[in-house]
Design a protein around this ligand. Structure first.
Ligand code: HEM
Length: 223
């Protein structure tokens, strides 16, 4: 019981921590969609499809970032399963559209950091699409072990966009922006293109292998 309280408090803490970024992303997204941004921004262009994809990805990404910690709160899942299923569908659809929006923008205009950043963010979007689909498909088929595993991967991928900003904030605080350029071409920027989600996914895989170390539990996790 104590562990459940601690987990719940931590997840509510995560919601609180991500909320300033989610509000920022939602404000940016709706301002871009309505063409009412306070100042000109390089992400806003004359291309309607590019604007629609980048700014709708921000709006839905904000909603998904705020909602995703709720899904891991065990008492909520147990007492309100219908809410868990409803929020789950919203998150899967939202994460899917967020990823497709980001990928479409990369295809249409490319990122500010060029090829390395395009590669990092394309892989990020593709993994989010995959995780959202797998989370949904295993839940639908009642394969709860695999559903949990993919939901955990999706959780860390969704938090990745917030973690990207956290990494930059901490790095700039500690070093004043060493190996980072306004064009995102410094050594730190190049590492960051992948470091906001790959290490966390590796952590999830280690956790899953330790937690489900018996052969039967492992078999239950296979796709
Ligand atoms: C998970 C939720 C997400 C949120 C809340 C989010 C939010 C944002 C925000 C606010 C920006 C504007 C830049 C800034 O002000 O920092 C941005 C840029 C961008 N995002 Fe996302 N994002 C999310 C997920 C994704 C995913 C999955 C992709 C995958 C392709 C993606 C691709 C991009 C790209 C390509 C840019 C523009 C990079 C540039 O050239 O500056 N985002 N995102």
């Amino acid at each position: 019981m104590g562990k459940t309280y601690l987990q719940t408090a931590m997840l509510l803490g995560v919601m609180l921590l991500v909320s300033p970024f989610a509000l920022y992303a939602a404000g940016f997204g709706q301002g871009g969609l309505r063409g009412t941004l306070d100042a000109p921004h390089y992400l806003f262009s004359a291309s309607i499809p590019a604007n629609a994809s980048i700014f709708s990805h921000m709006l839905l990404g904000a909603a998904v970032t705020l909602l995703v910690p709720l899904q891991l709160i065990r008492p909520l899942r147990q007492r309100l399963p219908a809410l868990h299923r409803l929020t789950g569908r919203v998150i899967v659809a939202g994460a899917g559209i967020t990823a497709i929006g980001g990928l479409a923008y990369i295809a249409l205009r490319g990122t500010i950091g060029g090829a390395p950043m395009n590669a990092g963010f394309t892989l990020y979007g593709a993994l989010m699409l995959l995780a959202a689909w797998q989370t949904f498909r295993h839940a639908y088929a009642r394969r709860i072990g695999q559903h949990h595993a993919w939901a955990l991967r999706l959780f860390w991928l969704v938090l990745g966009s917030w973690l990207y900003r956290v990494h930059y904030g901490l790095w700039y605080l500690a070093t004043g922006g060493l190996w980072s350029t306004p064009e995102f071409t410094g050594a730190f920027d190049l590492v960051q293109n992948f470091a906001f989600y790959i290490p966390y996914l590796i952590g999830v895989e280690i956790y899953l292998r330790r937690r489900f170390s018996s052969p039967q539990a492992r078999a239950n996790l296979r796709v």
